[in-house]
Design a protein around this ligand. Structure first.
Ligand SMILES: Nc1ncnc2c1ncn2[C@@H]1O[C@H](COP(=O)(O)OP(=O)(O)O)[C@@H](O)[C@H]1O
Ligand SMILES: [Mg+2]
Length: 213
């Protein structure tokens, strides 16, 4: 995952608005862990995690991002290596070039991603890291084909659904909500990503917004 300064003012404002809306839901003050999920790949989960982490870290909050998309291996040791017992915590925690922003990448591609995320070692890790960081944002693989996102959502105190209007059908979105309901996820809202320019007005005249379900 690449953490970059957001150079476009409107985009920066849009992510700050997303952060503020999450704060209105109690994020940061009342609870610290957030899963970011979607139905399909390419809807913008990783982009949202990265930009939300950057704007939050820039406001002085200590942010940890965990890449729990174990379906995609990383070049460095990460979560899967730690949970399988092949890496220490200090080997997987990476500072980013943004102040206050730290990262744990996915690690080597494991044969059993779902079991890894379902493990006590993972939930214990999140509990332990909550003592060190102000917030933890967890990226996940798309929930359309694998259950990993729901497992992470059941573990975190809040869940943010990211959706792109042209990349998900009504039925897929319904299935996502049902699955998250079964996981007892605390759904905070939906971040609309990738709204076509001519449809801005329809969606509150903003590049990016969060609506309540
Ligand atoms: N609002 C946006 N405008 C332009 N490109 C975007 C936007 N959101 C995501 N992308 C691009 O779309 C691709 C998929 O986004 P990504 O965040 O990786 O999705 P996911 O993690 O849900 O699979 C990436 O190349 C990303 O840079
Ligand atoms: Mg992704």
């Amino acid at each position: 995952m690449d953490f970059k300064e957001i150079t476009s003012a409107p985009i920066n404002e849009a992510y700050k608005a997303l952060r503020t809306n999450l704060q209105f839901c109690g994020f940061i003050k009342k609870f610290k862990t957030l899963a970011v999920v979607s139905s399909n790949p390419g809807e913008g989960k990783t982009t949202t995690v990265s930009n939300l982490a950057v704007v939050t870290a820039k406001s002085g909050i200590k942010v940890l991002v965990i890449n729990a998309d174990l379906r995609k291996a990383s070049y460095v040791q990460g979560l899967s290596n730690y949970i399988s017992g092949f890496a220490d915590l200090k080997e997987i925690i990476t500072p980013s070039r943004i102040e206050n922003l730290t990262y744990i990448d996915s690690g080597s591609k494991p044969p059993n991603p779902t079991e890894i995320l379902n493990s006590k070692v993972f939930s214990d890790l999140v509990t332990e890291l909550k003592l060190v960081y102000d917030i933890i944002i967890i990226d996940t693989p798309a929930m359309g084909s694998v259950i990993d996102g729901a497992i992470v959502a059941s573990l975190t105190e809040g869940t943010l659904i990211v959706t792109s209007p042209n990349k998900v059908s009504f039925n897929e979105f319904e299935r996502l909500k049902i699955q998250l309901g079964k996981a007892k996820a605390n759904i905070l809202g939906v971040a609309m990503n990738n709204i076509p320019k001519d449809e801005y007005k329809k969606y509150y005249n903003r590049y990016y917004d969060m609506i309540e379900l």
